[in-house]
Design a protein around this ligand. Sequence first.
Ligand code: NAD
Length: 325
Amino acid sequence: MAKVVISHRLHDDGMAVLEKAGVEVVITNSGDPKVMLPELKDADGVIIRIGSIDRETMEQCPKLKVIGRPGVGVDDVDVEAATELGIPVVIAPGANSRSVAEHAMAMMFACAKDMIRSDKEMRNGNFGIRSSYKAYELGGKTLGLLGYGHIGSIFAGMAAGIGMKVLVYDPFIKREAVEAQGYGYREDMHDILKESDVVSIHTPLTPQTRNMIGEAELQMMKKDGILINCARGGIVDEAALNKALDENRIHSAGTDVVVHEPIDPADPIFHHDNIVVTPHMAGQTREAASGVATLAAEGTVAVINGQKWDKVCNPKAYDHKRWNK
Ligand code: NAD
């Protein structure tokens, strides 16, 4: 019987796929590779909900055939090592895109309508906060998207639907594809920062995007600009964001992700009442949780059964000799 190790229990729909496939499932309740290792040593597959896996761990697991991620972020998986070892990394593209795009939209509204501060003030008896005129309308304003993949493109459609102009910066997407949707294409990210009322990040975390938004970039934003990050902590330099909020250099911000998760309640980010912070939950709607768990489980089982599953982030893994005997 094949054995699959899971860092944390999946949504019931994903667990049902594994059960139906008749695999042995071990849940470690930790995504720390050191904690998972004793179980991983004789495992055929691993699904990491929260946690990481490095080369050293993979090399100690001779039976390991597949790594599953119920999502698309693979920054915590050593994909290069997996590819060299012939281990496909199964992802769940698109399954939580709508969920994240709606979350970014909700954050954009919360910021533009000054909802966090107003709610807090109201609870303290300050009804007069209604006349602070911090809230503004989004219709006719410009949304600048950094990253135009699954999530960015859905958010673009939603924003256009409420009458926003949409600009896109994504060097890996063709200008024509963006312009065909009626959106503006910018080759230089700085133009997005300068022209947009709302800037929303939808790129992966890579060496190129780490600290992509720092002090200089925040300086380029409009004084009434809103910054949304539902992508990954580490793309925005948090110290620079805190400084920009302290100095009222932007209107407000929304972030679903931070560098160190779970975040310390004493983190300076909470000193501001014009930032909305959520616990990496943009992709955690019921629908998305079911979708990603199902896809990750189906892909994991398929690879264990010798199928070249196509929803992987490293198809080159299939060039390895273990796949071509
Ligand atoms: P995707 O791969 O479909 O799209 C990412 C886009 O970013 C691609 O079009 C790519 O060309 C672009 N890109 C890559 N490097 C870039 C750069 N340096 N500058 C500008 N654009 C760049 O991924 P997606 O499904 O849209 O997800 C985007 C990111 O959102 C994921 O990588 C993940 O980190 C994050 N995410 C977060 C949550 C959450 O719960 N908060 C859930 C799902 C995904």
